[in-house]
Design a protein around this ligand. Structure first.
Ligand code: MLC
Ligand code: AMP
Length: 475
């Protein structure tokens, strides 16, 4: 997975603020950790935006032990679910991390951060079908599901991205993405290390910090559309910032649709057209505009090398049209696919059809094969700030609050977040403070799942069968 760790060299691999590691140093640290991990079934990583997380993940991958990245802001209910479902042998967390009580029972191993003599990373790798990651992702109902990603999905996908983005060891990537999802962790950390390039992680995203990096050594940036929206606003207000961003070789957006307006605004101020790519936890990246391709707004480009993509109608019939109009659900097949949902054969069977993965995303194809995503099959999935969030899990959490009698959760268009989470609440007595309901969800699930708007109702619109009519709420 990491040829440059086997050889080791003095090139900077990772930088978090003042903290840097070369390939040679990272190789020694990863090998030392791997020695302690070999033979374990699975390890949880407390995935803060720090060097510790990267060393932990690389060490586990070197040892061939699957990593379960955990959002360090995870709420108590979600944490219990992840631990019960994935049953990790131990936890890897930074020595100064403040851990919630839910982790007290899990043995903890320190992450080595000071290079010392050790046997460097061995060149023999585990089998390509060995799981590399178990990443939790929301569905429409119930708690998040653990997506089991084999090593072959990771390596084949990263190599396909390198080809289309002309991504090499010379590149310095900057991003401020969280390290518990595939975007920031797999594409944004493992991707860099596989190429032998450098990652400068911002800790947290800001336009100013990103611009400073791109005015310096950084050549590429990854971000979700919310980050590019903020960047578009900031570049309009500050020409120096726009010039710095304009110096990038490649700006890549993904995890949600980049509005055409933000694409054009950034192009106007920076001269840069953002390259859009389309992915999913279960499939890693499926499509991307090539670095040398036509970077047109609203399009995620053709399928990546090695990824087969088709559009199907409601009956599962394949749609051959490439007319920019015929809408179908995207199905994909290839080495990029996951192995299944952990402990959820039923859910795995439901999304696979003859080896094709049903994404739930609706799209059209242009004559030249470019895919344009036009919507999503499930109204109960919300994409906010690039995070996928199931309406059902938020409804279940809110129903546990004593002041909530009935609730429906929807997504509403939001300029900054793409969609914002709205809770429609029938109170059981006096209406509670909306902030209290937001805190309740943040505490049980995660802060990014909290409702941004709470609307109180006397009753929810329902059909004759008693089912809540969510479309009537948003209409
Ligand atoms: C606010 N906060 C609370 C709170 N209200 N904490 C507890 N309780 C409450 N009631 C805290 C938050 O924890 C956070 O802390 C801070 O306030 C602001 O939170 P936020 O409102 O969520 O931040 P925001 O600025 O809106 O975030 C925007 C964002 C973020 C773009 C930076 O949404 C983000 O990082 N998105 C990336 C998502 C991503 O990586 N998706 C990839 C999925 S993979 P603090 O400490 O942070 O300030 C995928 C596949 C693919 O989709 O194709 O890539
Ligand atoms: P996740 O489950 O968090 O991995 O989210 C995957 C989903 O994000 C996909 O199914 C799409 O709905 C959405 N997505 C990712 N990239 C894009 C994109 N470039 N344009 C539109 N939607 C996207």
């Amino acid at each position: 997975m990491f040829p440059h760790l086997v050889t080791g060299n003095d090139r900077e691999a990772l930088r978090f603020g003042e903290h840097t590691l070369t390939y040679g140093e990272l190789s020694l640290l990863a090998a030392r950790l791997a020695d302690d991990l070999r033979g374990r079934t699975r390890v949880a990583v407390w995935a803060t935006n720090t060097m510790d997380t990267c060393v932990a993940v690389v060490g586990a991958l070197v040892a061939g032990v699957p990593v379960v990245p955990v959002n360090p802001k995870v709420g108590e209910r979600e944490l219990t679910h992840i631990l019960t479902d994935s049953s990790p042998d131990l936890l890897l967390a930074a020595s100064d991390a403040e851990l919630p009580p839910g982790l007290a029972a899990l043995p903890r191993l320190p992450i080595p951060l000071t290079p010392s003599d050790a046997t460097p990373v061995p060149s023999v790798a585990p089998s390509q079908e060995t799981p590399a990651f178990v990443v939790y992702t929301s569905g429409t109902t119930g708690p998040p599901k653990g997506v089991v990603l084999p090593r072959r999905a990771v390596t084949s996908n990263l190599d396909a991205l390198a080809e289309v983005w002309e991504w090499t060891g010379e590149d310095v990537l900057v991003h401020g993405l969280p390290l518990f999802h595939v975007h920031g962790l797999i594409v944004g950390v493992v991707g860099v290390l596989r190429r032998g390039g450098t990652l400068h992680h911002l800790g947290r995203f800001s336009s100013r910090a990103a611009a400073a990096e791109l005015a310096g050594e950084a050549t590429m940036m990854f971000g979700v559309p919310t980050m590019y929206h903020r960047l578009a606003l900031d570049c309009e207000a500050d020409p120096a910032l726009a010039r710095a961003i304009g110096g990038a070789r490649l700006l890549v957006s993904g995890s949600a649709a980049l509005p055409a307006t933000d694409h054009e605004r950034l192009a106007a101020t920076t001269g840069q057209r953002v390259v859009e790519r389309y992915g999913m936890t279960e499939t890693l990246m499926n499509c991307s505009v090539r670095a040398s391709g036509d970077r047109r707004p609203g399009a995620v480009g053709p399928p990546l090398p090695g990824v087969s993509l088709r559009l199907v109608d409601d009956a599962g019939e394949v749609l051959a049209a490439q007319d920019g109009e015929t809408v179908g659900e995207i199905e994909v097949r290839g080495e990029n696919l996951f192995l299944g949902y952990l402990n959820r054969q039923d859910a795995t069977d439901a999304v696979l059809r003859d080896g094709w993965f049903r994404t739930g995303d609706m799209a059209v194809r242009d004559q030249d094969g470019y895919v344009r995503i036009v919507g999503r099959r499930a109204t109960d999935l919300i994409k906010s700030g690039g995070y996928k969030i199931g309406a059902g899990e938020i409804e279940n959490a809110l129903l546990e609050h004593p002041s909530v009698a009935e609730v429906a959760v929807t997504g509403e268009p939001d300029e900054d977040l793409g969609e914002r989470i709205v809770a429609w609440v029938v109170p059981s007595g006096e209406a509670p403070d909306p902030a209290e309901l937001a805190d309740h969800v943040a505490r049980l699930l995660a802060p990014h799942k909290r409702p941004r708007v709470v609307r109180f109702m006397e009753s929810l619109p329902r059909n004759e069968m008693g089912k809540i009519l969510k479309r009537a709420l948003n209409g």
